[in-house]
Design a protein around this ligand. Structure first.
Ligand SMILES: Cc1cc2nc3c(=O)[nH]c(=O)nc-3n(C[C@H](O)[C@H](O)[C@H](O)COP(=O)(O)OP(=O)(O)OC[C@H]3O[C@@H](n4cnc5c(N)ncnc54)[C@H](O)[C@@H]3O)c2cc1C
Length: 304
Protein backbone atom coordinates (compact mmCIF):
# COMPACT_ATOMS: atom_id res chain seq x y z
CA UNK A 1 0.00 0.00 0.00
CA UNK A 2 1.25 3.52 -0.75
CA UNK A 3 1.82 6.09 2.00
CA UNK A 4 -1.26 7.94 0.73
CA UNK A 5 -3.32 4.75 0.85
CA UNK A 6 -2.18 4.08 4.44
CA UNK A 7 -3.08 7.61 5.50
CA UNK A 8 -6.47 7.37 3.75
CA UNK A 9 -7.20 4.12 5.61
CA UNK A 10 -6.24 5.66 8.95
CA UNK A 11 -8.27 8.82 8.27
CA UNK A 12 -11.36 6.75 7.54
CA UNK A 13 -11.58 6.24 11.34
CA UNK A 14 -12.12 10.00 11.70
CA UNK A 15 -14.45 10.75 8.78
CA UNK A 16 -15.36 10.23 5.11
CA UNK A 17 -12.27 10.24 2.91
CA UNK A 18 -11.98 11.13 -0.78
CA UNK A 19 -8.91 11.22 -3.00
CA UNK A 20 -8.14 13.90 -5.60
CA UNK A 21 -11.14 15.96 -4.56
CA UNK A 22 -11.59 19.17 -6.65
CA UNK A 23 -11.38 22.14 -4.28
CA UNK A 24 -13.47 24.26 -6.69
CA UNK A 25 -16.46 22.34 -5.25
CA UNK A 26 -15.66 23.48 -1.73
CA UNK A 27 -14.84 27.18 -2.02
CA UNK A 28 -17.25 30.06 -2.45
CA UNK A 29 -15.09 31.39 -5.32
CA UNK A 30 -15.45 28.07 -7.13
CA UNK A 31 -11.81 27.77 -8.16
CA UNK A 32 -9.07 25.35 -7.13
CA UNK A 33 -7.60 22.04 -8.26
CA UNK A 34 -7.60 18.73 -6.39
CA UNK A 35 -6.66 17.98 -2.80
CA UNK A 36 -4.63 14.77 -2.57
CA UNK A 37 -6.83 13.60 0.31
CA UNK A 38 -10.02 15.20 1.59
CA UNK A 39 -11.64 14.09 4.82
CA UNK A 40 -14.92 15.37 6.22
CA UNK A 41 -15.12 15.33 10.02
CA UNK A 42 -18.24 15.91 12.12
CA UNK A 43 -16.98 16.54 15.65
CA UNK A 44 -14.11 18.31 17.43
CA UNK A 45 -12.50 15.07 18.55
CA UNK A 46 -12.63 13.66 14.98
CA UNK A 47 -11.10 16.94 13.77
CA UNK A 48 -8.26 16.57 16.29
CA UNK A 49 -7.73 12.95 15.38
CA UNK A 50 -7.61 13.62 11.61
CA UNK A 51 -5.27 16.59 12.13
CA UNK A 52 -2.83 14.51 14.20
CA UNK A 53 -2.86 11.69 11.64
CA UNK A 54 -2.24 14.04 8.70
CA UNK A 55 0.52 15.92 10.53
CA UNK A 56 2.12 12.64 11.60
CA UNK A 57 2.23 11.57 7.94
CA UNK A 58 3.72 14.90 6.83
CA UNK A 59 0.51 15.66 4.87
CA UNK A 60 -0.49 19.09 6.18
CA UNK A 61 -3.25 19.33 7.21
CA UNK A 62 -5.08 22.27 5.66
CA UNK A 63 -8.22 22.99 7.68
CA UNK A 64 -11.14 24.04 5.51
CA UNK A 65 -14.10 25.88 7.01
CA UNK A 66 -16.62 27.01 4.41
CA UNK A 67 -13.91 28.05 1.96
CA UNK A 68 -15.24 31.61 1.90
CA UNK A 69 -11.93 33.39 2.42
CA UNK A 70 -9.56 31.40 0.21
CA UNK A 71 -8.51 31.19 -3.41
CA UNK A 72 -7.12 27.69 -3.96
CA UNK A 73 -4.47 27.27 -6.69
CA UNK A 74 -5.34 25.49 -9.93
CA UNK A 75 -2.67 22.97 -8.86
CA UNK A 76 -4.78 22.10 -5.81
CA UNK A 77 -3.49 21.25 -2.33
CA UNK A 78 -0.81 18.66 -1.60
CA UNK A 79 -1.46 16.52 1.42
CA UNK A 80 -4.69 16.39 3.37
CA UNK A 81 -7.58 18.85 3.54
CA UNK A 82 -9.86 18.47 6.56
CA UNK A 83 -13.39 19.68 5.89
CA UNK A 84 -14.51 20.81 9.32
CA UNK A 85 -18.17 20.14 10.09
CA UNK A 86 -17.78 19.91 13.87
CA UNK A 87 -20.85 21.83 15.03
CA UNK A 88 -21.84 20.84 18.56
CA UNK A 89 -22.65 23.58 21.01
CA UNK A 90 -23.38 23.92 24.70
CA UNK A 91 -24.41 26.87 26.81
CA UNK A 92 -23.82 27.95 30.38
CA UNK A 93 -26.11 30.94 30.73
CA UNK A 94 -24.94 33.42 28.09
CA UNK A 95 -21.53 31.77 27.74
CA UNK A 96 -21.48 29.50 24.68
CA UNK A 97 -18.96 26.81 23.86
CA UNK A 98 -19.22 26.06 20.13
CA UNK A 99 -17.28 23.67 17.89
CA UNK A 100 -15.31 25.43 15.20
CA UNK A 101 -17.14 24.03 12.17
CA UNK A 102 -20.42 25.71 13.17
CA UNK A 103 -21.83 28.32 10.80
CA UNK A 104 -20.89 31.70 12.24
CA UNK A 105 -23.81 33.54 10.59
CA UNK A 106 -26.24 30.79 11.58
CA UNK A 107 -25.12 30.95 15.21
CA UNK A 108 -25.28 34.77 15.19
CA UNK A 109 -28.84 34.81 13.83
CA UNK A 110 -29.97 32.19 16.33
CA UNK A 111 -28.50 34.26 19.15
CA UNK A 112 -30.46 37.33 17.97
CA UNK A 113 -33.65 35.25 17.96
CA UNK A 114 -32.83 34.02 21.46
CA UNK A 115 -32.31 37.56 22.76
CA UNK A 116 -28.54 37.12 23.29
CA UNK A 117 -26.76 40.32 22.28
CA UNK A 118 -23.30 40.80 20.76
CA UNK A 119 -23.42 39.25 17.30
CA UNK A 120 -26.10 41.07 15.27
CA UNK A 121 -23.37 42.48 12.99
CA UNK A 122 -22.33 38.93 12.05
CA UNK A 123 -25.56 37.59 10.54
CA UNK A 124 -24.37 38.00 6.93
CA UNK A 125 -20.78 36.78 7.23
CA UNK A 126 -20.34 33.42 5.50
CA UNK A 127 -18.02 30.81 6.96
CA UNK A 128 -17.39 28.80 10.09
CA UNK A 129 -16.59 29.95 13.59
CA UNK A 130 -13.03 28.61 13.08
CA UNK A 131 -12.54 30.81 10.02
CA UNK A 132 -13.97 33.76 11.96
CA UNK A 133 -11.38 33.22 14.72
CA UNK A 134 -8.49 33.10 12.23
CA UNK A 135 -9.55 36.35 10.52
CA UNK A 136 -11.23 38.03 13.48
CA UNK A 137 -14.28 38.34 11.25
CA UNK A 138 -16.06 41.63 11.55
CA UNK A 139 -18.54 44.03 9.98
CA UNK A 140 -20.40 47.26 10.71
CA UNK A 141 -18.17 48.19 13.64
CA UNK A 142 -18.26 44.78 15.38
CA UNK A 143 -15.75 41.95 15.34
CA UNK A 144 -15.36 38.53 16.93
CA UNK A 145 -12.78 39.83 19.42
CA UNK A 146 -15.64 41.75 21.12
CA UNK A 147 -17.27 38.50 22.32
CA UNK A 148 -14.60 35.79 22.10
CA UNK A 149 -13.26 34.72 25.50
CA UNK A 150 -11.07 31.70 24.68
CA UNK A 151 -10.32 29.06 22.05
CA UNK A 152 -9.40 25.38 22.37
CA UNK A 153 -6.35 24.83 20.21
CA UNK A 154 -4.47 21.80 18.98
CA UNK A 155 -0.92 21.71 17.67
CA UNK A 156 -1.27 18.66 15.42
CA UNK A 157 2.47 18.40 14.77
CA UNK A 158 3.23 18.69 18.51
CA UNK A 159 1.20 15.54 19.17
CA UNK A 160 0.03 16.86 22.54
CA UNK A 161 -3.41 17.45 23.94
CA UNK A 162 -5.53 20.39 22.92
CA UNK A 163 -5.54 23.29 25.40
CA UNK A 164 -7.54 26.47 25.96
CA UNK A 165 -5.97 29.85 25.22
CA UNK A 166 -7.44 33.18 26.22
CA UNK A 167 -8.59 35.38 23.34
CA UNK A 168 -6.05 37.98 24.51
CA UNK A 169 -3.24 35.60 23.48
CA UNK A 170 -4.48 35.36 19.87
CA UNK A 171 -3.45 38.92 18.84
CA UNK A 172 -6.81 39.49 17.16
CA UNK A 173 -6.70 42.59 14.95
CA UNK A 174 -8.38 43.94 11.80
CA UNK A 175 -8.93 40.81 9.62
CA UNK A 176 -6.02 38.96 11.18
CA UNK A 177 -4.61 37.18 14.21
CA UNK A 178 -1.61 35.22 15.44
CA UNK A 179 -2.84 32.51 13.02
CA UNK A 180 -2.47 34.70 9.92
CA UNK A 181 0.69 36.43 11.16
CA UNK A 182 2.57 33.25 11.93
CA UNK A 183 2.85 32.76 15.70
CA UNK A 184 -0.05 30.26 15.74
CA UNK A 185 0.18 29.18 12.08
CA UNK A 186 -0.55 25.48 11.71
CA UNK A 187 -2.58 25.25 14.92
CA UNK A 188 -6.15 24.04 14.73
CA UNK A 189 -9.04 25.79 16.47
CA UNK A 190 -11.28 23.01 17.78
CA UNK A 191 -13.80 25.01 19.80
CA UNK A 192 -14.43 28.59 20.84
CA UNK A 193 -16.13 30.18 23.81
CA UNK A 194 -18.18 33.34 23.38
CA UNK A 195 -19.69 35.54 26.07
CA UNK A 196 -22.90 37.32 25.06
CA UNK A 197 -25.19 39.66 26.96
CA UNK A 198 -28.89 39.75 27.67
CA UNK A 199 -30.77 41.68 24.98
CA UNK A 200 -34.16 42.10 23.38
CA UNK A 201 -34.85 39.60 20.57
CA UNK A 202 -37.10 41.91 18.55
CA UNK A 203 -34.57 44.75 18.68
CA UNK A 204 -31.69 42.42 17.79
CA UNK A 205 -33.58 40.94 14.83
CA UNK A 206 -34.45 44.45 13.62
CA UNK A 207 -30.77 45.44 13.87
CA UNK A 208 -29.74 42.26 11.98
CA UNK A 209 -32.35 42.97 9.29
CA UNK A 210 -30.80 46.40 8.78
CA UNK A 211 -27.39 44.81 8.21
CA UNK A 212 -28.94 42.30 5.77
CA UNK A 213 -30.37 45.15 3.70
CA UNK A 214 -27.08 47.05 3.67
CA UNK A 215 -25.23 43.94 2.51
CA UNK A 216 -27.76 43.19 -0.23
CA UNK A 217 -27.48 46.74 -1.53
CA UNK A 218 -23.67 46.86 -1.55
CA UNK A 219 -22.38 43.42 -2.50
CA UNK A 220 -22.41 41.58 -5.83
CA UNK A 221 -24.14 38.21 -6.19
CA UNK A 222 -22.43 35.14 -7.56
CA UNK A 223 -19.23 33.36 -6.68
CA UNK A 224 -16.64 35.37 -4.75
CA UNK A 225 -14.66 35.42 -1.51
CA UNK A 226 -15.86 38.74 -0.10
CA UNK A 227 -13.44 41.67 0.01
CA UNK A 228 -10.19 40.62 -1.64
CA UNK A 229 -8.03 43.28 0.04
CA UNK A 230 -7.98 44.81 3.51
CA UNK A 231 -8.88 48.48 3.59
CA UNK A 232 -5.72 50.59 3.98
CA UNK A 233 -5.94 53.27 6.72
CA UNK A 234 -6.55 56.27 4.43
CA UNK A 235 -8.93 55.03 1.72
CA UNK A 236 -11.13 51.98 1.13
CA UNK A 237 -9.58 49.39 -1.19
CA UNK A 238 -12.52 49.58 -3.64
CA UNK A 239 -11.91 53.29 -4.17
CA UNK A 240 -8.20 52.78 -4.86
CA UNK A 241 -8.91 49.94 -7.31
CA UNK A 242 -11.58 51.96 -9.07
CA UNK A 243 -9.26 54.98 -9.32
CA UNK A 244 -6.78 52.97 -11.41
CA UNK A 245 -9.45 51.99 -13.91
CA UNK A 246 -9.90 48.37 -12.90
CA UNK A 247 -13.61 48.25 -12.06
CA UNK A 248 -15.09 45.58 -14.36
CA UNK A 249 -11.65 44.36 -15.52
CA UNK A 250 -11.62 40.71 -16.73
CA UNK A 251 -9.16 37.89 -17.21
CA UNK A 252 -10.91 34.87 -18.63
CA UNK A 253 -13.92 34.31 -16.38
CA UNK A 254 -12.32 36.11 -13.41
CA UNK A 255 -13.46 39.71 -13.00
CA UNK A 256 -13.34 42.70 -10.70
CA UNK A 257 -16.98 43.34 -9.91
CA UNK A 258 -18.73 46.26 -11.61
CA UNK A 259 -20.74 46.68 -8.43
CA UNK A 260 -17.95 46.72 -5.83
CA UNK A 261 -14.33 47.00 -6.99
CA UNK A 262 -12.93 45.14 -3.94
CA UNK A 263 -14.99 42.05 -4.85
CA UNK A 264 -13.37 39.75 -7.38
CA UNK A 265 -15.89 37.37 -8.94
CA UNK A 266 -16.02 34.12 -10.86
CA UNK A 267 -18.26 34.60 -13.90
CA UNK A 268 -18.33 30.89 -14.73
CA UNK A 269 -15.19 28.87 -15.31
CA UNK A 270 -12.58 31.20 -13.75
CA UNK A 271 -9.09 29.86 -13.12
CA UNK A 272 -7.22 30.65 -9.90
CA UNK A 273 -4.28 31.93 -11.98
CA UNK A 274 -6.55 34.54 -13.54
CA UNK A 275 -7.80 35.65 -10.11
CA UNK A 276 -4.20 35.97 -8.93
CA UNK A 277 -3.26 37.86 -12.11
CA UNK A 278 -6.05 40.38 -11.51
CA UNK A 279 -5.03 40.76 -7.85
CA UNK A 280 -1.40 41.42 -8.85
CA UNK A 281 -2.52 43.94 -11.47
CA UNK A 282 -4.55 45.82 -8.84
CA UNK A 283 -1.61 45.74 -6.40
CA UNK A 284 0.82 47.03 -9.05
CA UNK A 285 -1.38 49.84 -10.36
CA UNK A 286 -2.47 51.05 -6.90
CA UNK A 287 1.14 51.13 -5.72
CA UNK A 288 2.32 52.99 -8.84
CA UNK A 289 -0.45 55.60 -8.63
CA UNK A 290 -0.86 56.01 -4.87
CA UNK A 291 2.24 54.49 -3.24
CA UNK A 292 -0.12 52.25 -1.22
CA UNK A 293 0.61 48.53 -0.83
CA UNK A 294 -2.68 46.65 -0.86
CA UNK A 295 -2.69 43.76 1.59
CA UNK A 296 -4.71 40.66 0.71
CA UNK A 297 -7.50 39.70 3.10
CA UNK A 298 -8.27 36.49 1.17
CA UNK A 299 -5.73 33.67 1.55
CA UNK A 300 -4.15 32.38 -1.67
CA UNK A 301 -3.40 28.77 -0.75
CA UNK A 302 -2.18 25.54 -2.28
CA UNK A 303 0.27 24.62 -5.04
CA UNK A 304 0.76 27.78 -7.13
C1 LIG B 1 -19.99 37.21 0.17
C2 LIG B 1 -18.95 37.26 1.27
C3 LIG B 1 -19.02 38.26 2.22
C4 LIG B 1 -18.07 38.34 3.25
N1 LIG B 1 -18.18 39.32 4.19
C5 LIG B 1 -17.32 39.36 5.21
C6 LIG B 1 -17.44 40.36 6.24
O1 LIG B 1 -18.34 41.19 6.22
N2 LIG B 1 -16.53 40.36 7.24
C7 LIG B 1 -15.51 39.44 7.31
O2 LIG B 1 -14.73 39.48 8.26
N3 LIG B 1 -15.37 38.48 6.36
C8 LIG B 1 -16.24 38.43 5.32
N4 LIG B 1 -16.09 37.47 4.36
C9 LIG B 1 -14.93 36.57 4.40
C10 LIG B 1 -15.19 35.23 5.13
O3 LIG B 1 -16.55 34.96 5.19
C11 LIG B 1 -14.61 35.23 6.54
O4 LIG B 1 -13.22 35.48 6.52
C12 LIG B 1 -14.86 33.89 7.25
O5 LIG B 1 -14.60 34.07 8.62
C13 LIG B 1 -14.02 32.73 6.71
O6 LIG B 1 -14.49 31.52 7.28
P1 LIG B 1 -14.38 30.11 6.53
O7 LIG B 1 -14.88 29.07 7.45
O8 LIG B 1 -15.04 30.18 5.19
O9 LIG B 1 -12.81 30.00 6.35
P2 LIG B 1 -12.02 29.29 5.16
O10 LIG B 1 -12.07 30.17 3.95
O11 LIG B 1 -12.46 27.89 5.00
O12 LIG B 1 -10.54 29.30 5.75
C14 LIG B 1 -9.85 30.53 5.90
C15 LIG B 1 -8.52 30.27 6.61
O13 LIG B 1 -8.78 29.90 7.96
C16 LIG B 1 -8.18 28.64 8.26
N5 LIG B 1 -9.09 27.92 9.16
C17 LIG B 1 -10.43 27.71 9.00
N6 LIG B 1 -10.92 27.04 10.04
C18 LIG B 1 -9.89 26.81 10.89
C19 LIG B 1 -9.77 26.14 12.14
N7 LIG B 1 -10.82 25.55 12.75
N8 LIG B 1 -8.55 26.09 12.72
C20 LIG B 1 -7.47 26.67 12.13
N9 LIG B 1 -7.52 27.32 10.94
C21 LIG B 1 -8.72 27.37 10.32
C22 LIG B 1 -8.05 27.94 6.90
O14 LIG B 1 -7.06 26.95 6.94
C23 LIG B 1 -7.72 29.11 6.00
O15 LIG B 1 -6.36 29.42 6.09
C24 LIG B 1 -17.01 37.38 3.32
C25 LIG B 1 -16.96 36.36 2.36
C26 LIG B 1 -17.92 36.29 1.35
C27 LIG B 1 -17.85 35.18 0.34
Amino acid sequence: MTARGRLAAALAEAGEVRADEPMARHTTFGVGGPADLYVTVRGAEALARAARLAAGAGAGPFILGSGSNVVVADGGIRGCVIDNRARAERADGLRYRVESGASFAGFARRMCRAGAAGLAWAVGIPGTLGGAVVYNAGAYGGCLADVLTRVRLLDPAGGGEAGWRDAAELSLAYRGSAFTRGALAGLVALEAELALEAGDAAALLAEAGGYDRRRLAAQPRGRNAGSLFKNPPDAPAWKLIESVGLRGERRGDAAISERHANFFVNLGQARADDVRGLAEEAERRVFERHGVRLEREVGFVGAW
